[in-house]
Design a protein around this ligand. Structure first.
Ligand SMILES: [Zn+2]
Length: 322
């Protein structure tokens, strides 16, 4: 028998699923967060899954809510806490990158600050209550409203070898080809998964979808991946499809906008490019070139901003190298 699964004021008995809302006042703003507690009938690992850290990324939200509905607790070994919309204020606002009350990117604020602004306090609440609540953590993303991407998974390593090994096993099980491994030395960047790894929780970032839409095949990539991880850790029955063969990639080369203007990329996601290759330019509204860009590395374009409007400091694209 599994133990009672308790999460703040919600609980689920062994072999049952509870769904409900957690409502918190954060700097005078109401945050109403949906959650599923799936408590297996047999003991096993506790897996935490979040989606919607960025409010405009939709396939992950749909994948998470379907997992909450569909995972059968009577067949589950272990427990799941699933949060299908972890940044509900941004979801309601259909916001790109940022959370409206203070304009901060939630996924740069972890582990958060209990005395900070709205987004910093919400990051702190999520970090304390959700992100570090389990034995393993998966944060699903989906390319923001102005981003196109090739699906990928990413982990951050730390000096905790056991956690690194578990995270890599999760990444390899997920069934998405492109796997990025960020060696943990240096700043963690305030992301969900890096802060979890820093706290000793094996954590996996997964990305599929983009451009403010959601498609069934992207929802399936994300929810099938979670099921493959569950099966790799003996939590649940295997699915028929093993997914893609994993390719470990060495890291990212980033291009960023240095000026405001209109962005004209000459490449697309999935393209293989050479170091020094022309990647497009940013022009003013009259067509005068303000910034040209060439690839800093040879590799595959996994991520590309697709909006014509471009602001100084924004990412343009990311090229993953072997
Ligand atoms: Zn995101």
């Amino acid at each position: 028998m599994s133990d009672m699964l308790q999460f703040n004021e919600l609980s689920a008995a062994p072999g049952t699923t509870t769904r409900g809302w957690i409502t918190r006042d954060i700097t005078g703003i109401e945050v109403k967060m949906p959650v599923y507690l799936v408590n297996g009938s047999m003991p096993g690992p506790k897996l935490v899954v979040t989606a919607g850290i960025h409010g405009g990324e939709y396939p992950c939200v749909e994948a998470a809510t379907r997992l909450g509905r569909d995972v059968d607790p009577t067949k589950l070994r272990g427990q799941m806490i699933i949060v299908p919309s972890a940044n509900p204020v941004a979801f309601k606002a259909r916001s790109i990158y940022i959370t409206p009350p203070d304009g901060l990117n939630l996924n740069r604020q972890f582990p958060g600050d209990p005395n900070g602004t709205f987004t910093q306090q919400w990051a702190d609440w999520l970090f304390q209550n959700v992100i570090t609540a389990g034995d393993m953590y998966i944060d699903m993303h989906g390319g923001d409203m102005i981003e196109a991407l090739v699906p990928f998974v990413a982990i951050t390593t730390t000096d905790n070898e056991a956690a690194n090994e578990t995270a890599e096993k999760m990444a390899r099980a997920y069934g998405i080809r492109a796997m990025l491994v960020k060696e943990g030395a240096g700043p963690i960047g305030g992301t969900t998964t890096a802060s979890a790894a820093q706290a000793g929780v094996p954590a996996l970032l997964t990305e599929a979808g983009g451009q403010g839409v959601w498609h069934e095949h992207e929802v399936d990539i994300l929810q099938d991946g979670v099921r493959r991880v569950m099966s790799a850790f003996d939590m649940y029955e295997a699915i028929n499809d093993p997914g893609e063969t994993v390719q470990r990639l060495g890291g990212w080369g980033w291009l960023r906008a240095e000026v405001d203007g209109l962005f004209y990329p000459t490449v697309g996601i999935g393209d293989m490019v050479e170091k020094g290759q022309d990647m497009g330019n940013i022009c003013d509204i009259f067509g005068e070139e303000l910034q040209s860009s060439t690839s800093p590395v040879s590799g595959e374009i996994l991520f590309l901003v697709t909006s014509l409007a471009m602001n100084s400091g924004d990412p343009l694209m990311a090229i993953a190298y072997e």
